[in-house]
Design a protein around this ligand. Structure first.
Ligand code: PRP
Ligand code: MN
Ligand code: MG
Length: 179
């Protein structure tokens, strides 16, 4: 994985991302009309999605960050979720939306949802840019989904391989695109 020549085709273009994120922002704004929301970005993968999504949301919005990791320098989930950074404030009685880049096995979000539900938010929703339903191990469904993707190892727009390629402005996959 030395350089960009190891990528496969562009799977989701910048324009497609922009258009779909606009729709998601509109839908969230309608669903929470007159309310305030707290958008929780799951670092690091969701950081690009968060920054584009919140600019499409028109209700009062606060943001916070959690850092969680379940993958090391490997393309496979370890199955173990570690919290590296928790929220800065309490979420009791707040409308919380967890923002993720991808739901793969579902282990990360399954853990996070239960963890945050224990803090008694008013509502807790999940917004994911990408969903890979084929790989699901834990029972978890998003309330807002950008795109369903095939079972390929995808990178770009926040998604990494060994911490690299998050900066690509589109979604692509590693050469051959197989896991
Ligand atoms: C990736 C991805 C999701 C999670 C999805 O994060 O960004 O957070 O894995 O996998 P799962 O559904 O199988 O749990 P990762 O642990 O690689 O950390 P990162 O966001 O810092 O890259
Ligand atoms: Mn992540
Ligand atoms: Mg990762």
């Amino acid at each position: 994985m030395e350089n960009q020549s190891t990528f496969g085709e562009v799977m989701i273009t910048e324009e497609q991302l922009k258009q779909r994120i606009k729709e998601l922002g509109k839908q969230i704004s309608e669903d929470f009309k007159g309310e305030e929301i707290l958008v929780v970005c799951i670092l690091k993968g969701a950081v690009l999605f968060l920054s584009d999504l919140i600019r499409e949301i028109t209700v009062d919005t606060k943001i916070d960050f959690m850092a969680v990791t379940s993958y090391g320098a490997s393309t496979k989930s370890s199955g173990v979720v570690r919290i590296l950074k928790d929220l800065d404030t309490g979420i009791e009685d707040q409308n919380v939306i967890i923002v993720e880049d991808i739901i793969d096995s579902g282990i990360t979000l399954h853990y996070l949802r239960d963890y945050l539900m224990g803090r008694m938010p008013k509502t807790l929703k999940i917004c994911t840019l990408l969903d890979k339903p084929e790989r699901r191990e834990a029972d978890i469904k998003a309330d807002y989904t950008g795109f369903e993707v095939e079972n390929k190892f995808i990178v770009g727009y926040g998604l990494d391989y060994d911490q690299k390629y998050r900066n690509l402005p589109y979604i692509t996959c590693l050469e051959g695109c197989e896991i």
